[in-house]
Design a protein around this ligand. Structure first.
Ligand SMILES: NC(=O)c1ccc[n+]([C@@H]2O[C@H](COP(=O)([O-])OP(=O)(O)OC[C@H]3O[C@@H](n4cnc5c(N)ncnc54)[C@H](O)[C@@H]3O)[C@@H](O)[C@H]2O)c1
Length: 492
């Protein structure tokens, strides 16, 4: 850890908040500095420093930029971009509570640079925020800290409300207190508009907000707070709405890295519902170029949609990824699961206002997807163990940790077809467990002749699976010439 990485008084996950005599009191649990976030395994040293492509002449009135959620996916792209593209002009402070989806690896490569700082703090804690704004004389804020996984928001809506809406509220009140901030860029989502039917025109910036899930509702509500503070207290704010962003550094609870990591383990993909829901995808580097364009050329007080040309259904996405992994018998690699309580069929925003500032989508979906799959093949251990996250259709997060599949979620059966070096085609059937272990329920089946495989074939298949994945597989036979049960250990 950098010597001047800064840790204000309280850290950890906020579960509740109250206002007493104008002062915020929050229930925060401590997070140990010995946690995985502060253990450095050096993996980041081999990683490329990924940023956007463009840059602009620096602004004379921008010096110290706070990026909230800076150790998460999109914000860390922005932090890397601003630190490396503007080394003389801008000092960048990454402020993050280090939730389960973040990684200090996302910005560790910047720690030797004089214009980068990391602050371990919580946006729901006014003391943390005000102290940071004062200490670093912040004049510009990009606010990205949020709970972001829609699936989790159905079971844990209070945490989404506290972090996304209340957190934004605290940030705004803190800005009022210090009076040094001249620009506040609030990052929001196309989900605030709710579902857009096929054939309906793309939505412009001032279309009606009609969120349909708890995550989107908290993001819409945060936007309302930003608008209200901008009007009431003249806070110079801009709202930026993104569609789905993807790329390296995204925690593998989201569909692209989750599918990629499942396929790397030769495990089938979960598709919620009928798989026909579409999303528009933009590569993270393009999103960061959009932020940079709005910072340098945008107008304070405005809203900007950031859009993408690439609208892809979940089934099409699965098909593309299966193809990239050389898998042709697609249907047997897809496990259909019940849908979310509600799932918008599609979102569609119009980003022409931003394009008029000169921004354009540079990276096509196929190019960005290939780069993303390649990155995960090299850095799948970025967040430590991720089995609880990827092996469940609906993982559960508690106290800042992913603790496993949702209660009552049926263990999913994984079928893997393997051809052994001896030419036998075997079906390996396993059941995932919350602990990330697999158990082979049936024995292997040789092509043309159904019979339990012997121990030698079992071991051979296990060894081959192990070679292909970032995990160890061991086979234990329960005795006899035709063992009924074998254990497969999946170690991330
Ligand atoms: N990923 C997308 O496709 C997408 C699309 C539209 C909008 N957005 C918005 O962009 C922003 C970033 O999204 P992401 O996908 O990179 O998120 P992410 O989940 O990867 O990262 C969020 C980061 O915020 C931090 N954080 C959460 N609550 C905090 C708090 N109370 N105090 C301090 N830090 C906190 C987390 O530790 C994490 O590092 C969010 O505001 C999200 O709503 C994301």
């Amino acid at each position: 850890m950098r010597a001047d990485a800064y840790h204000p008084g309280t850290k950890g996950d906020t579960t509740a908040g109250s206002l007493e005599q104008g002062r915020l009191t929050l229930n925060v649990g401590p997070r140990s500095l010995g946690s995985r976030f502060f253990a450095d395994d050096g993996l980041w040293r081999n990683a490329p420093i990924l940023t956007g492509k463009g840059s602009f002449p620096p602004l004379p009135d921008v010096h110290n930029i706070l990026v909230t959620g800076g150790e998460g996916f999109i914000a860390s792209w922005l932090v890397r971009h601003l630190v490396t593209k503007y080394p003389e002009a801008y000092t960048v402070i990454s402020f993050d509570k280090l939730d389960y989806c973040s990684s200090r690896h996302n910005a560790r490569m910047l720690e030797s640079r004089p214009n980068f700082r990391f602050v371990h703090g919580n946006v729901t804690n006014e003391d943390d925020v005000v102290e940071c704004l004062k200490r670093y004389q912040i004049d510009t804020i990009f606010h990205l800290a949020a709970h972001t996984h829609v699936d989790n928001s159905f079971g844990n809506s209070y945490a989404f409300n506290v972090n996304n809406d209340f957190g934004t509220h605290v940030l705004l009140e803190s800005v009022r207190k210090v009076d040094t901030v001249r620009r506040l860029y609030h990052i929001s989502t196309d989900e605030v508009f709710g579902e857009v039917e096929t054939g309906q025109g793309d939505l412009k910036e001032h279309s009606l907000l009609k969120p349909t899930n708890p995550y989107a509702a908290t993001k819409a509500s945060a936007e309302m707070m930003v608008n209200a503070f901008a009007k009431s207290f003249k806070i110079p704010a801009v709202v930026i709405r993104l569609n789905n962003i993807y790329g390296p550094h995204q925690y593998p609870e989201k569909i692209i890295p989750k599918f990629t990591n499942l396929l790397r383990r030769q495990m089938p993909l979960f598709i919620h519902g009928d798989g026909k829901h579409t999303r528009r995808y933009l590569y993270a580097g393009d999103a960061v170029d959009a932020f940079d364009t709005i910072l340098h050329k945008g107008v304070l007080g405005e809203i900007y949609n950031v859009d993408s040309r690439d609208e892809v259904s979940n089934f099409e996405l699965a098909t593309k990824l299966l193809g990239m992994f050389g898998i042709t018998n697609m249907e047997s690699w897809i496990q259909w699961t019940p849908d979310r309580p509600f799932n918008d069929r599609r979102y569609a925003v119009d980003g022409s206002k931003l394009r008029r500032l000169g921004w354009t989508q540079r990276v096509t979906f196929d190019t960005g997807l290939a780069a993303t799959v390649d990155w995960y093949s090299k850095f799948s251990r970025w967040w430590g163990a991720i089995d609880n996250t990827i092996l469940a259709a609906f993982p559960v997060v508690k106290d800042g940790q992913v603790i496993g599949p949702a209660p009552n979620e049926p263990s999913h059966i994984m079928h893997v077809q393997k051809e052994t070096t001896a030419g036998a085609v075997c079906d390996v059937q396993t059941v995932a467990t919350p602990a990330g272990n697999g158990e082979v329920l049936t024995t292997f089946e040789r092509t043309g002749k159904k019979r339990p495989a012997d121990e030698a074939v079992g071991s051979m298949v296990a060894a081959e699976i192990a070679q292909e994945g970032p995990f160890a597989v061991s086979v234990e036979c329960n005795g006899g010439a035709s063992p009924k049960k074998r254990k497969v250990e999946v170690l991330d």
